[in-house]
Design a protein around this ligand. Sequence first.
Ligand SMILES: Nc1nc2c(ncn2[C@@H]2O[C@H](COP(=O)(O)OP(=O)(O)O)[C@@H](O)[C@H]2O)c(=O)[nH]1
Ligand SMILES: [Mg+2]
Length: 253
Amino acid sequence: MKIISLVLPTFNEKDNLENFVESVLEEAKKLSRYKLEIVISDSHSKDGTAEIAESLSKKYKNVHYIDVASGLGVGFYLGHSYAIDHLKPDILMQLDADGQVDVTIIGQLISVIEEGYDLALGSRFVKGGKNELSFSRRLFSRGSSFICRSIMGPWNIKEFTNSARAFTPALFKKINWDRLPWREQTFIMQPAFLHEAILAGARYKEVPLVFRNRAEGYSKNKTVGYTRDVIAYAIDARLHAMGVNLPFFQMIH
Ligand SMILES: Nc1nc2c(ncn2[C@@H]2O[C@H](COP(=O)(O)OP(=O)(O)O)[C@@H](O)[C@H]2O)c(=O)[nH]1
Ligand SMILES: [Mg+2]
């Protein structure tokens, strides 16, 4: 049986986490050739999420809980590092823990890795994908991916900012984590991870994804700061590719 580790980063998700974990565990029963291990990486939530994560980890042998510092990038990086160190995964996967994406994406992401790709990317902007959020959030998602595609590239990737992804442990180890700003407090980790994965030689494919509104809780995405980071990071990456060493991203931080 192959092992899939699934990182669920959480910050104040008390009304979503348990339902989502239960639905992932239910979906995992359909994956007969795989064993799923869930890693909840929580950034000191104050609303009781940590206690829920801890009790889920006691209830289910394949649910693990780690407490990490603040930041989505921190949650993802330390979650995957934990999986590599403790769970011997064949495939690394990540999803948001708020249930905005249906758990059927798990099987779709696995299929792409089984086809021989290093990186499977959930995408609202390929055929079959859909973004059901408000107009301003749709504008933000479209805009930030457009900035990444046109300034940093590659143009053939439609969405740069989605969390739903799967990749190989080999790719994770090849990535230059010193250059990737995974400690930042905006969600810049998402496009930056994709960029660094491509620099590390990743073969990638997008998978259509439907992004629903939240059932419970609130968004922690600070879109103004995130947009600023996306623009700076994309310019930085482009300049580096041209051999110009102006650390634009560092300059604004
Ligand atoms: N560990 C960790 N997870 C976070 C942090 N900020 C957001 N998340 C989680 O990241 C996921 C995406 O965040 P969300 O607020 O839903 O962003 P949105 O979907 O873009 O509106 C959710 O599961 C959040 O609980 C953080 O600082 N640390
Ligand atoms: Mg969300």
